[in-house]
Write a protein that binds this ligand. Structure first.
Ligand SMILES: C[S@@+](CC[C@H](N)C(=O)[O-])C[C@H]1O[C@@H](n2cnc3c(N)ncnc32)[C@H](O)[C@@H]1O
Length: 204
């Protein structure tokens, strides 16, 4: 591993708001809590945390180097309401208790375009079950993506899981810009946004 990367990894464990696979934290998060999954460099989480200082935010990703950048930016901005969680989204239920999360953001998740890889998409039935479990009753999930295929797939899996689509914006306006959104916009890709929740009383 390059020396620069190694020193970032060494510093990673010393950063107070950076949690490495924090089993034992479930049920102990400050409230209200908003979660960004696959946050990358954390631009979205940081911008939300600045807008709403009374809320608490967790940016989750498996790539330590990206979280390191988010954590350093957080220090520069003097924010206290953000945590960075290094772990696999596949293990979400180890880190959050049922009903502990108010809102979830999926910002430009890997689209896994090949049908054979559909199970890895962050809106595959397995992941929707995790979200349904950790969300407060009626809590919303938001997806931003450049992938029309992922949107079509997600609408299907959300509805099959009993979810209700609150909003589908086919051409999302420019707002908080993440690294990947910037890349897609420069290429002229259309950005879509989808928001949904699971009603507490399921329709008969
Ligand atoms: C395409 S990038 C998008 C990053 C950021 N949201 C953005 O818009 O710039 C997807 C991110 O999800 C993370 N990721 C993908 N699968 C993951 C998983 N199973 N667990 C944790 N992080 C994951 C990757 O490490 C990567 O940083």
């Amino acid at each position: 591993m390059a020396r620069k990367k190694l020193s970032k990894f060494a510093e990673l464990v010393t950063l107070p708001h950076l949690l490495e696979k924090p089993v034992g934290q479930a049920g102990r998060w400050p409230q209200p809590l908003v979660l960004e999954l696959g946050c990358g460099y954390g631009e979205y989480t940081l911008a939300l945390a600045q807008r709403q200082p009374q809320c608490h935010y967790v940016g989750m990703d498996i790539q330590g180097e990206r979280l390191w950048r988010g954590a350093k930016a957080m220090q520069a901005l003097k924010l206290e309401n953000v945590w960075w969680l290094r772990g696999y989204i596949d293990h979400l239920l180890d880190y959050f208790a049922p009903g502990e999360v108010a809102e979830i953001w999926l910002t430009f998740p890997d689209p896994f375009a090949r049908e054979g890889h559909a199970k890895k998409r962050l809106t595959a039935p397995r992941f929707l079950d995790y979200y349904k479990t950790i969300l407060v009753p009626g809590g919303r999930v938001h997806l931003k993506t450049d992938s029309a295929n992922l949107v079509a797939y997600s609408i299907e899996t959300i509805q099959t899981s009993g979810g209700m689509i609150d909003e589908h914006i086919p051409v999302a306006p420019i707002d908080i810009m993440t690294r990947f959104e910037q890349k897609h916009r420069q290429r002229g890709d259309q950005i879509q946004q989808l928001s949904w929740h699971w009603p507490t009383i399921q329709p008969i």
